[in-house]
Design a protein around this ligand. Structure first.
Ligand code: ADP
Ligand code: MG
Length: 395
């Protein structure tokens, strides 16, 4: 990575403001965290700072409080979980700027950890307000961004603050950028991209950016319906993005021109309504009944996609193959995940739902990299510059 990291700066005795993404799912009933993987993901950075003798000031957003204090979105449960994982006390302040915070920080000793209150309780955070950014920067000597999941947002704590402090990347940020940029710039061939999810319109920029980089482009999920329709297949009640039919045709044509094998499902699982617990069946894409919905890729498609994946040395995957939230339509997503888990290849997953599906299957550890950033990973793979990365100091 061409950005400086915490390896490149003096840390001992320094107050280090670390922006993390602790936007964890909460179980509102008992005020606990239902999935702590985002907290676990930044432990290497926090442990490194602790051992380096920094005074560690951690900050994050949680949910969408829209610039007001929302009691349910306080970070106290996160501080508790972080403390358990670090096996250290974690002080938790009631705000993220102001005199109480300054006093708490002045009491920190080397290796102590403090967690600031939800940044988004202040509307100035999302406005990237310079006064708020300056107030945050006044709390520290060094700024570390380890919140890859928020790096596509130009907010005070991801962009503004970096103007006033030495700004470097944490280890999670470094790992995310290293994996994603290697896939885009120097992938071991053959290289496949698997795309799925609900809509083509969400993935236009991704498809355009990766088309000329990959050898195989496998398209599943709800978005394949627009591609199928563009090839004159009827897709029943499934959503077709009429205004994207030309895009689908163009992409298919371009793929042929540049020698990319673009593959659509040959068979799909269809259901009589978009629901769980309803009758479903496997049909060829040329026989999709008028009354039904495409819910998943079929077994022949799983086999033909897998056969190409087995040839690959690099695979990126964004978007589930079917409506995996319903158990009976999880098979395509599960089969592709199991195939990737078996490959001796670099396998990189981006996208919130994709990560969730693979996490539920217990296969996340079998992938080379599961991005912690849904929107951020997508924008990176689209070839965009992430503002939270751009502001970090170059090597
Ligand atoms: P990611 O978050 O990984 O980028 P997306 O947000 O693009 O993925 O898409 C995830 C959603 O796509 C899931 O909620 C899933 O139910 C939906 N989806 C997948 N296949 C279909 C389908 N055939 N029809 C409708 N929705 C689908
Ligand atoms: Mg999503």
């Amino acid at each position: 990575m061409h950005k400086q990291t915490i390896h490149d700066v003096e840390l001992r005795g320094k107050r280090v403001l670390v922006r993390v993404d602790f936007n964890v799912p909460l179980d509102m009933e008992d005020n606990t965290i239902s999935d702590d993987s985002r907290i676990r993901a930044v432990l290497p950075t926090l442990r490194y700072l602790i051992h380096a003798g920094s005074k560690v000031v951690v900050c994050s957003h949680l949910g969408r409080p829209k610039g007001k204090v929302v009691e349910e979105l306080r970070l106290a449960p996160v501080a508790k979980r972080l403390s358990e994982l670090l096996e250290l006390p974690v002080t938790n302040t009631e705000d993220c700027i102001g005199p109480e915070v300054e006093q708490a920080i002045s009491r920190l000793k080397e290796g102590d950890v403090l967690l600031l209150e939800n940044l988004r309780f202040h509307p100035e955070e999302e406005q990237n307000d310079s006064g708020f950014a300056r107030a945050l920067s006044g709390l520290a000597d060094v700024y570390v961004n380890d919140a890859f999941g928020a790096a596509h947002r130009a907010h005070a704590s991801t962009v503004g603050v970096a103007l006033y402090l030495p700004a470097v990347a944490g280890f999670l940020m470094e790992k995310e950028i290293d994996f994603l940029s290697k896939a885009l710039t120097d992938p071991a061939p053959p290289f496949a991209a698997i795309t799925g999810g609900a809509k083509v319109s969400d993935k236009l920029a991704l498809l355009e950016n990766i088309l000329e980089k990959v050898d195989f482009l496998l398209i599943g999920g709800g978005m394949c319906c627009t591609f199928l329709k563009a090839q004159n297949h009827e897709v029943g009640q499934s959503k077709v993005e009429e205004d994207k039919l030309d895009f689908a045709l163009d992409l298919t044509g371009k793929a042929a021109e540049v020698g990319v094998k673009l593959m659509l499902p040959g068979d799909v699982v269809v259901a009589e309504s978009f629901a769980s617990g309803v009758p479903f069946k496997i049909v060829s894409v040329s026989d999709i009944p008028e009354s039904s919905y495409v819910m998943d890729i079929g077994p022949q498609t799983i086999e033909s996609f897998s056969a190409e994946l087995r040839k690959c040395k690099t695979v990126i995957w964004n978007g589930p193959m079917g409506v995996f939230e319903f158990a009976e339509f999880r098979r395509g997503t599960e089969a592709i995940a199991r195939q990737l888990a078996e490959l001796e290849a670099t396998t990189i997953l981006g996208g919130g739902s994709t990560a969730e599906a693979v996490g539920e299957l217990g296969l996340a550890d079998k992938m080379s990299h599961v991005s912690t950033g849904g929107g951020a990973a997508l924008e990176f793979l689209e070839g965009k510059t992430l503002p939270g990365v751009a502001v970090l100091q170059d090597k």
